[in-house]
Design a binder for this molecule. Structure first.
Ligand code: MN
Length: 218
């Protein structure tokens, strides 16, 4: 394992023989990997994803692409479109980029056991700037002050992620007051379905289980 592997914590928590979550080892040759990384940086905006995850407690995992991984927070109440709502967001370990498409049931006994759906996904723009210059997202993350404009299927507009404490690390996710703010409804309950499969988290929990390797569990 190479030094300072950002996915080391992610892999240590999981047994990929048991869970169908991605290991984050894509198995690409270095030439292909750098070609796809180049294509990504030239053409594509960075991505975000929000997964609804019914583990020990129901929560929403908010993830944004930065430095080749998905920086992640667990948000118990989920995101809000109302700028008056301050949603607690607890940082969790970096996840591999492939995790953004993961839906399924993490088996009992494994880390994060329970069903997962992709509740929203899309791209984002970095709104952080200082003296008219963009502040790199990695820098804004280290500073604990991140402002991004989401272009999701459900969530749109500016959101501020702000660190409010370090022991334990706690952040707040707050909708910025812009044209996309909507105080009239609770989007997490109004739009419960996956943006990938249209399934609810209850649907996916009841689907026949599959184990890693694609075979049906007995
Ligand atoms: Mn989670």
């Amino acid at each position: 394992m190479k030094a300072n592997d950002p996915l080391e914590t992610y892999r240590k928590k999981r047994d990929f023989k048991k869970t169908s979550e991605p290991s984050g080892r894509r198995g690409l040759r270095p030439s292909k990997r750098s070609a796809s990384a180049t294509a990504r940086s030239l053409k594509k905006r960075p991505v975000f994803v929000i997964q609804k995850h019914d583990a020990t407690r129901l929560h929403y995992d908010f993830r944004i692409e930065a430095g080749g991984v998905l920086k992640s927070w667990a948000i118990p109440k989920g995101p809000s479109t109302n700028p008056k709502d301050k949603r607690l967001a607890m940082p969790t370990e970096d996840h591999p980029m492939e995790y953004g498409k993961f839906e399924g049931v993490i088996p009992e006994g494994e880390y994060g056991a329970g069903p997962v759906i992709v509740w929203d996904s899309g791209t984002y723009r970095n709104l952080n700037e200082k003296s008219g210059k963009e502040v790199p997202i990695e820098h804004a993350l280290r500073q604990g002050r991140v402002k991004i404009w989401l272009e999701g299927k459900k969530l749109k507009g500016g959101y501020a992620l702000t660190r409010i404490g370090t022991t334990p690390p706690r952040w707040l996710l707050v909708k910025m007051n812009d044209s996309e703010a909507d105080t009239g409804r609770e989007i997490a309950t109004a739009e419960p379905r996956s943006v990938l499969s249209r399934m609810t988290i209850e649907d996916i929990a009841q689907r026949p289980r599959r184990v890693a390797g694609g075979k049906k569990a007995a």
